[in-house]
Design a protein around this ligand. Sequence first.
Ligand code: NAD
Length: 696
Amino acid sequence: MSHLHYEVADGIAHITFQNPPVNGLGHSLRLALVNALDEAEENPEVKAVVMTGSERAFSGGADITEFGTPRSGWQPTLRTVIEIMEAFPKPIIAAIDGVCLGGGLELALGAHYRVAASRARIGLPEVKLGLLPGGGGTQRLPRLVGLERGLSMIVTGEHYTATRLADTPLLDRVVDTPVVEAAAAFAKEIVAQGAPLKRVRDIKIEELDAQAFLQVSRRNLAASSKHFPAPKLCLEAVAACVELPFDEGLKRERELFNTLMTSPESLALRHIFAAERAATKVPGVTRETPRREIRQVGVIGAGTMGGGIAMNFLNVGIPVTILEAKQEALDRGLATIRRNYENTMKKGRLTQNQVEERMALLTPTMSYDDLAQADLIIEAVFEDIGVKEAVFTTLDAIAKPGAILASNTSTLDLNIIAGFTKRPQDVIGLHFFSPANVMKLLEIVRGDQTSPEVLATSLDLAKTIAKKPVVSGVCDGFIGNRMLASYRAAADELLLHGASPAEIDRALENFGFAMGPYRVGDLAGLDIGWAIRKRRQAENPDLDLSCVADRICEAGRFGQKTGAGWYDYSAGNRKPKEDPIVTKMIDDFRAEKGITPRKFTAREIVERCVFALANEGARILEEGIALRASDIDIVYLNGYGFPAHHGGPMHYAQQVGLFNVVRSIKRYARLSDSAAAFWQPAPLLVKHLDSGEPLK
Ligand code: NAD
């Protein structure tokens, strides 16, 4: 039989799933399972069935390659298999080790008994894909673990170890011995006792205050899951297990599941799930590509980025030597790292011992000789090509052969940096985001000569330090900052022609961004951008590059840190207050430029900012800087707070329809208040519009 092993021993039929890596419940496995059950039913020697997976996985749930395809609905569906199991005339015992998630757990709930290894991980994570468990999980799990715990597991999607669930009737036995043997022994006891077949559907939920509990939960969920319908519908499905007879509850679960399956939010979350997996597949890098071992890391520069970057490695037990040019900068950097760890400790997420262990892995130095043994050296010094040249020339002289030399540069040309060494094949960009110990995104910048080995090692390393990597080619700003520049330009154009910072921020926050661009500016500090603009203006004396932001900075308003920026923070908290002084500055600036302000709707504000992102993204894709449209989404979701329920700027543009996006962009180009050069649709968008093909 394909996808499973069937064997009868000592009166017990052993059904072992064999669909690596996680025994996904694809059609072939489902079919094989029903055939095996039929065989076990017909064989009079068989007194009980033990159903199991591997040490790694009982089953991780649906087969993701089948997701959203007609195969997932081919008979026998998961629901049919579960019905057959539940009605089976001989006891079925699920022997659970490894992961038992989603459809995998729903399958196990169809068995009459469950024996689990204490380390097994159990849960219904469907909500994380904007769905609900559609194979009876919402009706069966609460019958076994209680309404409160069942609802919590379904609404959060959190995994529980078997040990944590050992006190519930979900698990008949939790063992530290090999689980299949334990399950077989348990099966023999059941048979010997002539114990009844325990069907979860027959259990009555007895909760005194079920309705009151559901009411409170409804209120809490409405507040916490604003942009996502799935948690609320999970709750309604669970409510059905209290309010309706079992079969009607199943029907209700199915209806709610179907509603979610076609919801834009679930589509977006499933897109992100697939996109994150796709992002690690890079042409030229295969399983066979050799990797280099990273046992020791060097970091140059202990400033904002260097300190955070070092923490990523300390957190996973990799020793770091951190280098600064001046003792005082080194001391400051170390103190910041310690303070960060101590703050985490105060929140109860680290013990004092763990803080000391991590700090002990960190070696401060001012001598490059101490980096000679490092396997990877990441540079995070000032963003100045002269400083980078000095650092990389020295690194070339002292680093051991085969060491990876990485730059955290945000804007400089990685190929030029690689050219400062005689080993450009070992040079790569590792672009972390601030705060580097927190932000999940890692842009891996592949230079013209970066070797596949160095790239493969960097991709693996991202996984080790729990980052989400995306490979980018070399261009000004790489994927993320280049798109950010277009987004900011679209926002500034709106500001110039009549929208206030608060109107723009509010529209984008209602769309789902945690903060609009002007609040972000105030948080990050406006002085850095001002310095860059002053430099550009000095380099281009014939152009007028003046903007409202200059006026704000000229007044000493650098954002939250000075108590004022685009907003007023004089109340001493971070709550932005609109400031008439800023309104006047903007009005005066418009008047000087001869601009008559007009009103913008929230919809137009969002369209302009988000379509500007997608348009720049399409250019990035066309130039081959990004490998695929979904990589661009991953960058913007994880590095720039793009709302997950919209799936990323490229996904969003495709959902709106490229036709509509291009039409809007062309319209903006025709309006007098828009810079026609800025609003040119990317040729790739037009091409896909003509062909009707989706962006890939
Ligand atoms: P920073 O000014 O906070 O830190 C730079 C550190 O480098 C300082 O502590 C300085 O003393 C040290 N330094 C300067 N020259 C040195 C030298 N020759 N040798 C040793 N140490 C030296 O700057 P940052 O914000 O941490 O940025 C560092 C790099 O990271 C830049 O290339 C920047 O573009 C990039 N980056 C910054 C951010 C961000 O949000 N700040 C995000 C991504 C990337």
